[in-house]
Ligand binder design. Sequence first.
Ligand code: KG4
Ligand code: ZN
Length: 355
Amino acid sequence: MDYSKSLENKLKEIRNKDARKVKILAIETSCDETAAAVVRGGRKVLSSIVNSQIAIHSKYGGVVPEVASRQHGLVLSKVVDAALCEAGEEFDSIDAVAVTCGPGLVGALLVGVSYAKGIALAKSLPLLGVNHIEGHICSNYITHPRLKPPFLCLIVSGGHSHIVLVEGYDELKVLGRTRDDAAGEAFDKIGRLLGVPYPGGPNLEKLASRGDPDAYPFPRGMKNEQGYDLTFSGLKTAVINMLHKAREKGQKVNAADVAASFQAAVVETLVEKTFLALCKSGMDKLAVCGGVSANGALRDAVRRRAAETGAKVYFPAPEYCGDNAAMIGCAGHLMLLRGAVSGLDLDANPSLGLN
Ligand code: KG4
Ligand code: ZN
């Protein structure tokens, strides 16, 4: 039987099934984590395996795209086998395959997309091409299974900083976005300047815990501008200039103070814009997600402001802040429910946007 005929039969079978029992194999290879998961009913994670490439890229001080793709190719099938095994499932007991198709590194994305297409074709399964940023939004559905739209979402990762109004599961309105660096990218770049190991975010946070956040009055991006867009380039330049001047004058700088002051500026910028959007949109729920949502200073500041405003806040569990495939499975399940099945001509789109 050809793929389209058997896919039709499979989709009929899925429609007749209790949605809570539908099992998705999800794959994520957009950057430097090779991840696979099995998710049941969209929100129950049966397994989630993340094979990080941090140790490989750290010697270069950042992700080397070609090395990342090669590594995904080397480990993906083992990671998928481990996810199926841990969930007690096999390819024949899975209902659909979800895969990140963008945004991300094109070579890295292609490894996951090609692999997922192969499984879909061989096992006559629906293929679901998931937007990585939508995946991050879903990380909060996994951690908080009762969370439902509408809510405001702050997405802060290595590649993206977005303030999004989630009006429905597939109704996303981008209110603001970064005009230059993403929040995580800024952490990584300043981390490198301060000599902390890659990835800069978590290591800079550690360094900052020993510093004074008021030591340097770094600028808060877009503070006096209307709208919800974000920028971190002025802040980055201010840190670089300060370090440069100190070096010229032979002055010693306390790296922990610089880290703490930089982190305080990023956190204040994110919190100000997010709560402005929350207040103006009339939302009473705020979800934060993406790699930077693991940051303790950001979590504390968001919780403090939320307590003042009466908003309810949601953060993903630590294992779902950074890249993982469970969030891709959750997003794929929502796509399957609304019939948004991808064709076998699905392509990787490195600059896929939210809308
Ligand atoms: O979501 P993610 O894993 O990948 C992307 O989609 O980009 O985010 C990775 C980013 C990196 O820039 C990393 O430095 C940052 O999240 N990050 C953090 C922390 N943990 C990870 N930034 C600040 N504080 C952290 N604790
Ligand atoms: Zn991500």
